[in-house]
Ligand binder design. Structure first.
Ligand code: OGA
Ligand code: ZN
Ligand code: ZN
Length: 386
């Protein structure tokens, strides 16, 4: 156990102790007991000094700005102290001390960076054969370990079902708030999915809804979507899901040109009624800075006319038809009917959802829904894991 300060609330397990150091003119070469070698540039080490002058201990946030130390600041001495920490003294007299667990977790030699990259991608792509991750409502409300398992399934699989929930209108808010605060929209904190005469969305009719994400009309689509079944006496109305990331990956393999078109050509999505008018121009597939598929934006019923060059228009139609065609393929589709007291919770920026048409004359159907952003899910997971 060592006593070095951390600019963090997490703890960093000791993967391997520090074995030896080599002080070079511009960096400290660290050799770990397990054989790995990691360079740490002087500037990087000075920048990340966790001492109480450089990091405010109450917030654990940095107060030092690297520009306030000379860019050629030298390291006068480096040693491994009796607690196994990296101890440095700088030519201006400042001293820094680094926890070896923290240092290893932030090492930027090639192997360490590759390991971190691999650990970041936990997602499991799925298709029609998915073993649906299902959770019991009461366990999620009472037990933080059960809660964590649910959140990990949301992060990695992106589709879950919760069973045994109450059927009182409004009760959805309680389980949603087990994760975080709810993201309100013009449809309310909770929205009611019911067929109604003055519908302000096709969702509030008895039509079938093709596979879509909700609120593609916003710069940031909601991360998590809940759909809670209160009443389901109508014939039809089954829920359908596909893993948008799995479809996009298949498209990338099977038709790279179409994939690229959907990543690059922006499409406008529109959501308008008498009081609001939301529009967002963005590509259907978004990649993150590492080239990983990060988001699918899709709702045919909210799409504006394509607006791209004469040369690209045929390509965009070809790619769009191909993508929608894939969402209709049985190999990708999970189809289930939701009963009262059950709810779906899924990654709205990954898992596309749809509903079969239902017959409102055959019985009532009432779902309630709400949204939570992905950031809240990820933060909650990290806090539960502390
Ligand atoms: C929606 C929606 C699904 C359903 O309201 O956006 O997708 O089963 N509803 O009614
Ligand atoms: Zn310091
Ligand atoms: Zn929807």
């Amino acid at each position: 156990m060592n006593t070095a300060v951390l600019a963090d609330y997490r703890s960093y397990p000791l993967i391997s102790p520090l074995a030896s150091l080599q002080l070079l003119p511009d960096q400290v070469q660290v050799h770990w007991a397990d054989g790995r070698a990691s360079p740490f540039h002087h500037q990087w080490l000075r920048d990340n000094c966790p001492c109480p002058h450089c990091v405010y201990s109450v917030t654990r946030e940095q107060v030092l700005e690297i520009i306030d130390v000379p860019d050629d600041l030298g390291c006068a001495a480096a040693h491994i102290d009796e607690q196994g920490c990296l101890a440095l003294s700088w030519t201006d007299g400042h001293r820094s001390r680094f926890d070896p667990g923290w240092l290893r977790a932030h090492a930027y030699d090639r192997q360490s960076r590759e390991e971190r990259q691999a650990a970041r991608v936990q997602r499991q792509l799925w298709d029609a054969s998915l073993q649906l991750p299902a959770f019991e409502y009461q366990a999620l409300m009472d037990d933080s370990q059960a809660l964590l398992q649910w959140l990990l399934a949301l992060r990695d699989t992106g589709l879950t079902q919760v069973r045994g929930a109450p059927t009182e209108p409004g009760s959805l808010a309680q389980i949603a708030r087990r994760i975080a605060f709810i993201r309100e929209s013009n449809f309310g904190v909770l929205f009611n999915v019911q067929s109604k005469a003055d519908a302000d969305s096709n969702a509030y009719t008895a039509f079938n809804l093709p596979l879509h994400s909700d609120l593609p009309t916003r710069e940031l689509q909601p991360g998590l979507q809940f759909l809670h079944c209160l009443v389901n006496d109508a014939v039809g109305g089954e829920s359908i899901f596909v893993d948008g990331f799995a479809i996009a990956e298949s498209l990338r393999r099977e038709d790279p040109e179409a994939f690229r078109a959907l990543c690059e050509i922006p499409v406008e999505f529109r959501n308008k009624d008498r009081h609001s008018d939301y529009r967002c121009l963005a590509p259907i597939i978004a990649l993150d800075a590492l080239g990983q598929i990060a988001e699918i934006r899709m709702a045919n019923f909210l799409r504006g006319p394509f607006d791209t060059s004469e040369q690209q228009m045929p390509l965009l139609y070809r790619a769009y038809r191909r993508f929608i065609g894939m969402t209709r393929e049985a190999r990708f589709r999970v189809i289930r009917r939701l009963d009262p007291g059950q709810l779906w919770c899924f990654d709205n920026r990954r898992t596309l959802h749809a509903r079969n048409a239902f017959d409102p004359a055959s019985g009532a159907r009432h779902f309630q829904g709400c949204y939570i952003d992905r950031d809240e899910l990820l933060s909650r997971i990290l806090v539960l894991q502390r």
